[in-house]
Design a protein around this ligand. Structure first.
Ligand code: MN
Length: 504
């Protein structure tokens, strides 16, 4: 039941620019060198999506055709462009104006070292991407086309890694543009930040967000067979430390939880949804607020969030796709409690139930049942664990700031709690926010960022930066270099920029 590989069947198209001026022999060598570069990058194992070399682009019509094809072909999730030689950039205008897929400008060349003693005019004419890529950069900037820029020799692992991170962001962007979010119920009453403009979200992110009656979910839960339930409970027993009472006096509750998980999966499949959200205030005929099922949906690559917060569910789905195959995970998170002890200034995040077990990379979660003060239903079954420490994780929030969306991200390090948390029967994480708790929280509050976040421990800041650039959405970053006065000034500048920017 786990997530399909989101990179399978997807391609990055490698656009190599030149012109007819140089003659056939030069263009033949351009093709050979481009093939070397594509092969080397594909063989590096650092880029999860296949880079497909396309015929060298030499004139305006072929560039236009290439860009139209790239934009309409569902397999193509991004274009990598490299000007091997000088490719006069007015030839690129008509095509670039039609490009609808993410772009990466690769500034590389075939040779590592200038051949000091043998370089002649022929060599220089053939190997002049330092020249050609500047012409290309000019036209991209003039046209206002967002792109990632990667500079370096193509055999440099850092170059392949940067392309690899961008490829993951391309897959996240592709997932957003093909995402249906299934909402069971509406927003938690009176909560502000979880609200948002769903119509605008479809325009900006391509996500389709719609609501279904929760009792339609109940019908799917009721349609689950006993055999399905038995199989799933066996899966629980294999995967988790199941509390003995769940297999004994509380077995009926475990059956309910399993039925709810299977019902959610069935309905999401019927709807074609890759993300979902529920609301504890609107549970219809459900017997429990979904706990373990919601947690496992996230672990299987779906988006999930609570309290009607579809925006965080969207982020979870994107984070899951971007981080596919990497150690770690992606989860709904909520800032709950500070630790102000000097030297241990930390934030404890959790949720009532819905935290993904992918944040636990060592050991097995416990499957337990406990009362829940909200939701007005039977005790929910949930996975309990503490997220495994790791560095360079991020928490990302998406807020609707009236006329647009704002992403805010904090780079954090997940750490061990200072005690057992034995009486807290929920999944949780403890982290040290960068640069410090005080600065992080001040800036987070300043930006009006949400209390619900998407924590990713797989991909970090660069993938989300690439994603934000593709979406044309503001991303305010709080990291080790953040200083509150500068952050406030940057927020003001970004506010102006995004109000004036009419490209998105
Ligand atoms: Mn919440």
């Amino acid at each position: 039941m786990s997530m399909n590989n989101p990179f399978e069947g997807k391609e990055l198209w490698f656009a190599v620019g030149s012109q007819d001026l140089y003659g056939e022999e030069t263009l033949r060598q351009v093709g050979v060198q481009a093939a070397d570069i594509a092969k080397s990058l594909n063989d590096s194992g650092r880029i999860p999506v296949k880079l497909v070399l396309k015929p060298t682009l030499k004139d305006s019509d072929s560039i236009l055709n290439f860009m139209v094809d790239a934009s309409s072909n569902p397999a193509c999730i991004g274009v990598v462009a490299w000007m091997h030689t000088f490719s006069p950039a007015k030839m690129w205008i008509r095509g670039l104006e039609k490009l609808r897929k993410p772009l990466l400008q690769l500034n590389t060349q075939h040779h590592v070292e200038i051949p000091w003693d043998t370089i002649d005019m022929d060599f220089m004419n053939l190997n002049q991407s330092a020249h050609g890529d500047r012409e290309f950069g000019y036209i991209l900037t003039r046209l206002g086309i967002p792109r990632k820029i990667v500079v370096g020799h193509y055999t440099d692992p850092e170059v392949a890694d940067k392309i690899g991170v961008w490829a993951r962001a391309c897959a996240g962007w592709d997932a957003a543009n093909n995402m249906k979010v299934c909402r069971w119920g509406d927003n938690m009453r009176d909560v502000a930040v979880t609200e948002g403009d769903k119509t605008e979200a479809e325009r900006v992110f391509g996500v389709s967000v719609n609501t279904w009656p929760v009792n339609e979910l109940v019908e799917h839960v009721n349609a689950v067979t006993d055999d399905q339930v038995k199989d799933l409970i066996e899966d629980y027993k294999r995967s988790y430390e199941v509390a003995p009472e769940l297999l004994d006096s509380r077995y009926d509750s475990l059956v309910v939880a399993a039925r709810e998980e299977l019902g959610m999966r069935a309905m999401m499949e019927e709807v074609g949804a890759t993300a979902a959200v529920d609301n504890f205030q609107d549970l219809g005929g459900l017997h429990q607020l979904p706990g373990v099922g919601a947690q496992r949906l996230m672990a299987d690559g779906y988006g999930f969030s609570a309290e009607g917060d579809w925006k965080t569910s969207v982020l979870i789905r994107i984070g899951n796709v971007m981080g596919y195959g990497l150690k770690g995970g992606c989860s709904l998170m909520e800032d709950y409690s500070y630790n102000f002890v000097p030297g241990h200034e930390e934030i404890m995040g959790a949720h009532m139930l819905e935290v993904s077990p992918t944040l636990l990379t060592e050991g097995r979660p416990r499957l337990e049942i406990h009362p829940l003060s909200i939701g007005d239903r039977e005790d929910p079954v949930r996975l309990v664990f503490t997220a495994t420490p790791c560095t360079d994780a991020v928490v990302v929030s998406l807020a609707d700031v009236r006329e647009r969306f704002r992403l805010v991200m904090n780079v954090v390090d997940v750490v061990e709690p200072g005690g057992s948390l034995a009486k807290l029967p929920v999944a949780r994480a403890l982290w040290k926010p960068r640069p410090s708790l005080k600065v992080s929280a001040e800036c987070w509050l300043r930006a009006g960022a949400a209390h619900h976040t998407c924590m990713t421990t797989t991909v970090g800041r660069e993938a989300w930066e690439d994603f934000a650039r593709m979406a044309g959405v503001e991303l305010a970053v709080i990291d080790e270099n953040t200083e509150p006065r500068r952050f406030e000034a940057d927020l003001r500048a970004a506010e102006l920029y995004h109000r004036l920017d009419n490209r998105h």
